[in-house]
Design a protein around this ligand. Structure first.
Ligand code: GAL
Length: 424
C-alpha cells in the first residue's frame, strides 16, 4: 500500500449565486442548473471557486451555476447543513469533500455520492494524477471524487518586515528553539508573536497537528489512528508541551477571529507569525502582498521533509437533481485549465503532473518540489486521517486544552475515544 495511505482510511449563512435564484427553484428538475455546495467564502477561496465556475461556464454556457457556499472555515458551518440535506434526500448536485476518511465515512459508505471512475477513463486522468492521490478517492476499486488541489498544512508564515524591524532573520529552516527565541524577542518588543483565529477550533487543532507531526513523525503517524501508538505515549505528551508553548504566544482575541482574520493580523503587522495551511497564501496574494518581501514561510519546526496533506475535491451526488451537469462540473474541475487557474488563486498545488511549476508562484514551486520527495502525511483536522467521530472527539479535547492546558486530561479523553475509533 502507498506510503500515504498506510493508515487512512444547520442556518444558511451565504448563498451568493452566480444567478440570483432561490435554491428551491434551482433544484427544480430538468432545468439547466448546477448547484455547487462548498464553504469557500474567504477572499481567496471565493476567487478560486469563481475561477472554477469560469472554466465550467466556458464549457457549459447554457448552465446556470448556483453558488451555495456557506461561510465558516474548514466547513465548520457547512458540513452540518450538508449532512441534514443528504439525510433528507435533498442533495446539492456537487459538494466539496476532503479525500480519505471524510469522503468514505460521510459520503461513500452511506451511498450519497456516485462512482465517477468513468470520467477518469474518458479524461485519461490516470496519466496525470498521481496514484497516491487517486487512492485517497478510491473505495473497492471505484473512484468517488475529483481533486482541485493539494494544500500543505505544516507551514509557518511570517511578516518579513516586522521580523526585520526586530532584527530577526529566518533561513530555510527554523528550529523550535529559534522560534521561541524570536517569539520572546517580539513579545519583549510589544509585538504579538503568533496570530491564531480559532473561532473554528480546527484552526488551533492545526497547531497541535503540526506539533504531533514534529514529535511523533511521519512513520508513527498511522499509529495514532489505528491504535498502534497510544495517545498516552511520551511522544504525544511532548507534542502537547510544544503546542502549549505555541499557545502562550497567541493573540488574546484568538477565539473571536476566523483563520483569514488571523492571517490579516499578520499582513497588517499586528502579529508576526501564524501556523496555518497554505490556503493562507491565497489571502496574502489577495492582499497584494509580495512573497519573500512582505511575507515569508518555513516548514513548521521539526517537520522539514514532511508534507502534511490537505486535499480538496468535489463529488457528484447520487441521484443529483442535475446529473449531467454534475459530471460536466467534475470534468471541468479536473481539467488542466481549471487546475492552473484555481490553484494560482487558492494557494494549493495542482494534482495534475502536466502543469509546469513555473506557471505558479515561488511558494507553490517550493510546495510542489517538496510534494515530490517529502513524507506525505494525511491531515487529522481536515478529514483524511481520523474517522469523523474521532476527529470530533479530538476537537472537543482541543477546546478544553486551549482553556486549561491540562495534558493528562487531554490524553485521557483522547485515549478513551481512540479505543472506540481506531481505523485500519
Ligand atoms: C480546509 C480546506 C481548504 C481551506 C480551509 C479553510 O479544510 O481544505 O481548502 O478552505 O479549510 O477554510
Amino acid at each position: 500500500m502507498h506510503r500515504l495511505l498506510k493508515h487512512l482510511i444547520p442556518t444558511l449563512a451565504v448563498a451568493t449565486c452566480y444567478t440570483t435564484i432561490s435554491l428551491s427553484s434551482a433544484r427544480a428538475a430538468g432545468t439547466n442548473q448546477l448547484e455547487v455546495f462548498s464553504y469557500w467564502t474567504s477572499g481567496s477561496e471565493a476567487g478560486a471557486l469563481d475561477a472554477l465556475f469560469q472554466v465550467f461556464k466556458q464549457r457549459n454556457p447554457n448552465v446556470e451555476v448556483v453558488n451555495a457556499a456557506i461561510a465558516g472555515g474548514s466547513g465548520s458551518a457547512a458540513m452540518p447543513v450538508l449532512q441534514t440535506r443528504l439525510a433528507g434526500g435533498n442533495p446539492p448536485d456537487t459538494w466539496q469533500s476532503h479525500p480519505g476518511q471524510e469522503l468514505f465515512s460521510r459520503y461513500v459508505d452511506p451511498g450519497f455520492c456516485q462512482d465517477v471512475t468513468a470520467i477518469y477513463k474518458s479524461e485519461n486522468w490516470g496519466a496525470v494524477v498521481p496514484k497516491a492521490l487517486v487512492d485517497q478517492l478510491t473505495a473497492k476499486g471505484k473512484i468517488y471524487s475529483v481533486m482541485t488541489g493539494v494544500h500543505r498544512l505544516n507551514v509557518l508564515w511570517y511578516n518579513k518586515k516586522v521580523l526585520e524591524k526586530n532584527g530577526i532573520k529566518i533561513g530555510d529552516k527554523l528550529s523550535f528553539a529559534e522560534f521561541v527565541a524570536a517569539a520572546d524577542k517580539l513579545k519583549a518588543a510589544g509585538v504579538t508573536p503568533l496570530a491564531v483565529g480559532d473561532s473554528g477550533i480546527w484552526a488551533s487543532g492545526d497547531i497541535l497537528e503540526n506539533a504531533l507531526l514534529a514529535k511523533v513523525g511521519p512513520k508513527d503517524w498511522a499509529g495514532l489512528f489505528n491504535g498502534k501508538l497510544s495517545w498516552d505515549s511520551p511522544k504525544v505528551k511532548a507534542a502537547l508541551d510544544m503546542y502549549a508553548k505555541f499557545l502562550a504566544y497567541q493573540n488574546q482575541d484568538h477565539s473571536a477571529l476566523s483563520w483569514d482574520q488571523a492571517i490579516k493580523a499578520v499582513i497588517d503587522g499586528r502579529c508576526a507569525f501564524s501556523v496555518m495551511g497554505d490556503w493562507s497564501f491565497g489571502e496574502f496574494l489577495k492582499a497584494n502582498q509580495k512573497e519573500n518581501e512582505d511575507f515569508g514561510w518555513v516548514a513548521f519546526p521539526e517537520t522539514d521533509g514532511d508534507f502534511l496533506v490537505v486535499g480538496d475535491s468535489f463529488v457528484a451526488a447520487k441521484n443529483a437533481p442535475h446529473g449531467d451537469e454534475a459530471l460536466a462540473w467534475l470534468k471541468a474541475v479536473g481539467s488542466k485549465e481549471a487546475q492552473l487557474n484555481f490553484n494560482k488563486i487558492k494557494g494549493s498545488i495542482p494534482v495534475r503532473t502536466d502543469i509546469d511549476p513555473k506557471e505558479l508562484s515561488v511558494y507553490q514551486q517550493w510546495s510542489m518540489a517538496d510534494f515530490k520527495k517529502a513524507a506525505l502525511v494525511p491531515s487529522l483536522f481536515h478529514g483524511a486521517a481520523a474517522t469523523p467521530a474521532f476527529q470530533q472527539s479530538i476537537a472537543d479535547a482541543v477546546s478544553a486544552f486551549v482553556v486549561g492546558k491540562n495534558v493528562n486530561a487531554f490524553v485521557n479523553a483522547v485515549d478513551t475515544a481512540a479505543k472506540d475509533n481506531v481505523s485500519e
